[in-house]
Design a protein around this ligand. Structure first.
Ligand SMILES: Cc1ncc(COP(=O)(O)O)c(C=O)c1O
Length: 406
């Protein structure tokens, strides 16, 4: 039998765990979570203000919760749903897509229910790549994008984003032969963590390359309804998606249903079929009760996410005002939910780096932010603040951050 070499950080003393975990690492959210627990275990510290997760304090419409609650009482909700959504769910997605994006979608062949867009984006590489296949990823990007590629054994190429290019990728940095070698490009606009909305032209150009060079284009789009400035792009408006594209949507952000784990993918039929096949092995999907709630959200409450704009805009503006008057230089994000903040210019802070500085803010100010490097090397030197508490509390957090900064 072949001997395994020890995997330094993930080895559980005697337990032989898989090598792919080494490349996966233990994500930024897990590390931040550990630090939060340590902070909360200390006595006499101010209460933690946790702005490190995109898990909102805002509540979904009561009617959606009521639909779920009464559907839970129906015995059919206890049954397995197998790998696909029910016909009424798929139809609701198709109707939403027509209403929201003006795009016609085949409810049975082009729609797939998901247990979160995180789950979908993490499983897509297993459905579309063989080990060693090349995949392109934005840097920084949402952790499940990279995680799914690592688990599928993909060879990962990064396309860096930078402040100079306003967090939009330079597609011309990749030559035609390199495009030919790629099998999958995972991106996500509106973009987390940079809060850049992106534009339709970018997705059109990406999708055109997908068709020309025959690679799958995946856009993770849980924030489609949360662009505060400009219009969120959608891959489904880009010609060619029915052949080579797939887009992921979620009820977590727009309808504040994160804990309920409801999302869906719309894409080229072979990709949807392949994703369904992977899910057939891994999970039996969400219960009928939750699907009922999703149907209610996507039909009667289709425009409700837009009502969140005023709330997030107020939060954003009040926090920015405190940070700016405290000497932080921050640009106004286009997308709701996050501020993307560069570390203060102070040389010592720059030397500390974003992860240590975030730890320091947690220890000294009791405010948890996410270090940008947790989203990839391209996020180094940045911090993400999620606007997921009421405005007064966010202002208090901003004041504490300012007081604890050089
Ligand atoms: C880009 C992106 N994709 C996916 C997710 C997770 O969404 P879901 O709750 O649908 O799994 C998030 C959550 O923050 C996200 O920012």
């Amino acid at each position: 039998m072949k001997e395994r070499s020890p995997s330094p950080s993930y080895k559980l003393s005697w337990m032989p765990t898989s090598r792919r975990l080494e490349a996966l690492g233990n994500g930024v959210f897990a590390r931040t979570d550990q630090a939060k627990q340590v902070y909360q275990g200390e006595s006499g510290v101010p209460p933690l203000i946790d702005l490190s997760l995109g898990s909102t304090d805002l509540q979904p419409p009561e009617e959606i919760l009521q639909v779920i609650a009464s559907a839970v009482a129906d015995p059919s909700s206890s049954a397995y749903c197998l790998d696909a959504g029910t016909a009424p769910f798929n139809q609701a997605v198709s109707a939403w897509c027509q209403h929201r994006l003006g795009v016609e979608v085949d409810p049975q062949r082009q729609v797939q229910l998901l247990v979160g867009s995180q789950e979908g984006t993490a499983h897509l590489p297993l459905a579309s790549l063989d080990p060693g296949d090349r995949a392109l990823l934005l840097d920084p990007s949402y952790p499940s994008h990279r995680g799914g590629l690592v688990l599928a054994g993909a060879s990962i190429c990064s396309l860096p984003l930078s402040q100079e290019r306003e967090w939009l990728p330079n597609l011309n940095a990749i030559g035609p032969e390199s495009w030919d070698q790629l099998k999958l490009f995972v991106l996500g606009y509106p973009h987390n963590p940079t809060a850049r909305v992106g534009d339709q032209e970018l997705l059109d150009q990406v999708m055109a390359r997908g068709c020309r060079h025959q690679l799958v284009i995946a856009n993770d789009n849980p924030y489609v309804d949360l662009a505060l400035e400009g219009e969120a792009p959608s891959l489904l408006r880009s010609p060619g998606w029915r052949d080579w594209g797939i887009e992921f949507f979620s009820l977590s952000k727009g309808w504040c249903l994160g804990g309920f784990r409801l999302a869906f993918a719309i894409g080229a039929e072979p990709l949807i079929t392949a994703l369904r096949q992977v899910k057939g092995v891994v999970d039996f999907n969400q219960s009928l009760a939750l699907q009922q709630g999703a149907i209610e959200a996507l039909t009667r409450w289709a425009d409700w996410p837009l009502s969140l704009h005023a709330v997030y805009r107020e939060r954003r503006d009040r926090v920015l005002s405190v940070l700016r008057s405290g000497g932080w230089s921050c640009s106004t994000p286009e997308m709701a939910m996050y501020l993307w903040l560069s570390l203060p210019a102070d040389a010592e802070v720059q030397k500390l780096g974003d992860e240590t500085f975030a730890r320091r803010l947690l220890q000294r100010a009791g405010v948890a932010l996410t270090p940008g490097s947790g989203f990839g090397a391209g996020g180094s030197g940045w911090l993400r603040m999620a606007l997921v508490r009421p405005a007064d509390e966010l202002e208090e957090a901003a004041r504490r951050v300012v007081a604890a900064s050089p």
